[in-house]
Design a protein around this ligand. Structure first.
Ligand code: ZN
Length: 134
């Protein structure tokens, strides 16, 4: 995994607009510009993958660092701790559960963190490309 310095991270995080849809659009534009085609959006599969490559059976998720408890970025909120803890924990459990369901269907889940898309979209693309080419 790519590690960032504190400065890089705070610069990167200052780019955060907080909207996951925008991230998804950025990534889609990027992979389109690299010539990837033939994917579906929000396919009705477990977890509703953001991008799904049917022929290769690869499901891509872009997970918000806060909502999905990114090990690098997540900071527990100071207020309403109980509420947030249980909310975020159930998100994480659901992610794991969906990954298992997808694997049972023979689909490979590929999850990117919000900060990876923001700060290192090229390496995200490489990971995706590698899976698709297998
Ligand atoms: Zn993160």
């Amino acid at each position: 995994m790519d590690r960032m310095t504190k400065q890089q991270r705070s610069h990167c995080m200052s780019q955060v607009k907080g909207k996951n849809t925008q991230l998804e659009i950025n990534f889609r534009q990027y992979i389109w510009s690299k010539g990837l085609r033939g994917y579906r959006l929000h396919a009705s599969l477990p977890g509703k993958p953001d991008i799904y490559f049917g022929p290769q059976k690869v499901a891509v998720f872009i997970d918000g660092c806060f909502w999905h408890q990114c090990p690098e970025c997540y900071k527990a909120p100071k207020t309403n701790k109980k509420f947030w803890n249980s909310k975020i924990r159930s998100n994480v459990e659901r992610d794991l559960d969906n990954d298992i369901k997808l694997k049972d269907l023979g689909i490979e889940p590929l999850r990117f963190w919000e900060h990876e898309i923001k700060c290192n979209i090229g390496s995200c693309f490489k990971r995706l490309k590698k899976l698709l080419d297998q």
